[in-house]
Design a protein around this ligand. Structure first.
Ligand SMILES: Cc1cc2nc3c(=O)[nH]c(=O)nc-3n(C[C@H](O)[C@H](O)[C@H](O)COP(=O)(O)O)c2cc1C
Length: 314
């Protein structure tokens, strides 16, 4: 049976505009995860984050909302809101390594705080109508606590466990520790997903060959750099002309959506620059392409520049 492929959540990149455009054009991704939503200090949720979980912006069948919470109380409030919106799944973030998140006891900070993980998972899994998954790193400064975290996972009814085997202090540096992942894979009762640094079908094949029992993989930057990656892994064949049209469509749908929903060239160009920071890897002259886009501040200039560039995709 085919392994599953999930698109990783990347704040600022895999927003609803990207997810919907991607899903309209490309095959191969089985589920999409929203970037995390989180409470502000005053208990509100920013409108940009709310947009990510609203039913009108999502195909609710294949989108899992991700939450960043610090305890059972926040979890309860988040889940009330998500269930009211009609969500039937939730993913809990135990991995975000960013300072402001960690300082407030959320994300990867929880990996040093097993009581809070227990509290959060208890509250979440008590809701029988909700499927609960976790996405986790393997520690804060080292992996010493991770076996006890696994015991907590195994004590709850989790739909899936997704592991990105980096410790938080690593941020995104160095490599994901695939050997560590293989050493703990058998200990996890829930269906298991590997995440981290897969950017080619050969790398995917290597992961699956070494740990054939995993349910699938989650891929982030590899798909942003090559939107065909999931199709290539699943053996979906495309002609060059088809591929060129898909690349152009992905770009155009995203541009159209941002142009309709955002006001002012600066905002639109900021979103398009973020998109191109990965998408430019599709083009032989990646650095030149990205440099030109970064410099461009006006949407009309951008339009003139972009079409020859898109057509240069071979
Ligand atoms: C800019 C950026 C934003 C991210 N935002 C999130 C997020 O909101 N939630 C989350 O669980 N992981 C987030 N991640 C981590 C990714 O989901 C993923 O675990 C990581 O990039 C490793 O996978 P990859 O090598 O396939 O990209 C983010 C990563 C980056 C680089």
């Amino acid at each position: 049976m085919d392994k599953k492929i999930y698109l990783a959540p990347l704040q600022g990149f895999t927003d609803n505009v990207y997810r919907n455009a991607f899903h309209q054009i490309f095959k191969g991704v089985d589920k999409y995860f929203t970037p995390f939503i989180v409470f502000e200090n005053d208990g509100s949720i920013r409108s940009g984050k709310m947009r990510e979980v609203l039913p009108e912006n999502n195909d609710m069948q294949n989108v899992v909302p991700q939450i960043l919470v610090k305890d059972g109380d926040e979890t309860n409030r988040m889940l009330d809101l998500l269930q009211e919106l009609g969500h039937t799944t939730v993913n809990i973030n135990l991995g975000c390594p960013f300072g402001p998140v960690v300082n407030r006891g959320r994300g990867s900070a929880l990996l040093d705080n097993p009581d809070s993980i227990k509290d959060i998972l208890k509250v979440a899994t008590e809701r029988k109508e909700l499927a609960v998954s976790v996405k986790t790193r393997t520690g804060v400064a080292d992996t010493n606590n991770f076996n006890s975290v696994i015991d907590i996972f195994n004590g709850h009814n989790l739909e899936e466990v997704i592991i990105h085997p980096r410790i938080a202090t690593q941020q995104y540096n160095g490599e994901a520790d695939f050997d560590y992942f293989t050493s703990i894979a058998d200990k996890i009762n829930a269906p298991l997903f590997y995440n981290g640094d897969i950017s080619t079908k050969e790398m995917y094949a290597n992961v699956i060959q070494k740990i054939p029992n995993i349910e699938g993989v989650m891929i982030g930057r590899g798909i942003l750099m090559n939107p065909f990656l999931a199709e290539e892994i699943k053996g979906i064949q495309r002609t060059q002309e088809e591929k060129r049209q898909m690349v152009i469509n992905l770009h155009n749908i995203i541009l159209e959506r941002y142009s309709l929903t955002m006001s002012g060239d600066a905002h639109i160009m900021a979103k398009m620059t973020a998109f191109w920071s990965y998408f430019s890897f599709m083009f032989p002259e990646q650095h030149k392409v990205f440099k030109a886009i970064k410099k461009c501040k006006r949407a009309d200039k951008y339009m003139n520049m972009i079409h020859p560039m898109l057509l240069s995709y071979v």
